[in-house]
Write a protein of this length. Structure first.
Length: 123
């Protein structure tokens, strides 16, 4: 997993979002064991405390659970993952539509551009 961090928001929240994206995209599958906090922190070039904070947040949301003797795992609750996926997709689409609105592009025109680009990608 490629980690992309910036200064827009707290690092631990960015880590949470990127792990969530990994879960919805299938990089991390239901029931998968996650690398240790230390290993993830090294790969993301953050402190273990920051990664631990992100893991705590993911556990609170129910996406990750800890097994005291064998580490952390991705939830097997596919309904929860489906809800997260729907929320994420909705958020991305809303942000896109907001940007189109700022450009003065109405929904009908936006859909027309999407169809045009989609058709071009099929060729």
């Amino acid at each position: 997993m490629q980690w992309e961090l910036n200064t827009d928001k707290p690092v631990y929240l960015q880590l949470v979002e990127q792990i969530q994206a990994g879960i919805i995209s299938g990089i991390y599958k239901p029931g998968d064991k996650l690398p240790s906090v230390r290993d993830l922190a090294i790969k993301a070039t953050v402190s273990p405390n920051t990664m631990q904070r992100a893991m705590t947040e993911l556990e609170r949301d129910g996406l990750v659970y800890a097994n005291r003797t064998s580490g952390r795992f991705i939830t097997s609750d596919e309904e929860l993952i489906g809800k997260l996926r729907k929320q994420y997709i909705t958020q991305v689409i809303q942000e896109f539509l907001d940007k189109m609105d700022l450009l003065g592009v109405n929904l009908e025109e936006t859909i027309s551009y999407i169809n045009m680009i989609s058709d071009n990608n099929k060729k």
